[in-house]
Design a protein around this ligand. Sequence first.
Ligand SMILES: [Zn+2]
Ligand SMILES: [Zn+2]
Length: 345
Amino acid sequence: MRAVTLPRFGGPDVFVCEEVARPVPAAHQMLVKVAACGVCGHDLLNRAGNFPHTRLPAVMGHEIAGTVVEAGPLVTRFKPGDRVAVIQRIPCGLCALCGSGRENLCSSGPGFYGEGLSGGYGEFVLASERNALLLPDSITLRAACVLSCAIGTGFHALRRAGLELGDTVVVTGASGGVGIHTIKLARLLGLRAIAVSSSKAKAAHLQDSGAAEVIVAPDLSFHKAVRDLTRGEGADAVIEVVGKPTFNSSVRSLKAGGRMVIVGNLDPGNVPLNPAMAILKEIDFLGSAHATLADLRKVVDLVVRGEIAPDIGDFVPVQEVSRAHRMMEERKVSGRVVLLHDDQQ
Ligand SMILES: [Zn+2]
Ligand SMILES: [Zn+2]
């Protein structure tokens, strides 16, 4: 099959377009012809060599939508021709985490696309009944690829945050693919969403997307502004999409008893944390990883009902993935950048 491969870790120009072996589905798996694949912040980290499970040469891309072209004999719910979106990994379906609906944390299955598993920068991927969802006709494959990660990740994080109608939530990295959809979802939930962005040019789009307030903080210090907007109390929760650069200001944006939901880690490394702040304010620190199949199902329902629309900043032919990565790194787009395979270009 044709694929854009990562032969070595490095900058945006390391990708190579080449022919590689097509994945072979097991009896309980399907082969999916990829139509579109979102480019995630996770991909930039993977390309740079931050993930120990990635085997080179790798075919990256975990935000995938496409059409089933082969179904193994044990697959009962899908058939060739079905249009599907998938969650970011194929879980094992057997471990305690999978059994409790937390298959996003499974480490026993075939793995995460782009790391242990060939991903959507290639023409075909494997999928299974444990990670694929049949798409209604009203959702295009171009839009469907962003449902699991760019929307599902924020959906999962807001579930983890356990907020109530009228609560205030701060979203960092709000102009990016995960951030902008988290703002839209927060609005849907009846939350007051305070968007934090480093770019003034993106503020109007954030307001149009449902942000009650936008804090433009090029210096990544925004906790004073959050306090000013909350009668000095702070926010009920922060959805931390950026990670290290905004972490300190995010913690200081929380009210006593607030929740810090850590979703993104765009600049890997340790963060300083004064334990006294966590103790005296009884801050809950929660991690949130990707999305489950149940999250994806609910996101699809929301999109079908017109409650939320995917925010895609640009479409790029998959062969031009280096350009897409540069656009992401230079923060030139709001929302997601989506790679299109040949039949969608
Ligand atoms: Zn992603
Ligand atoms: Zn499992």
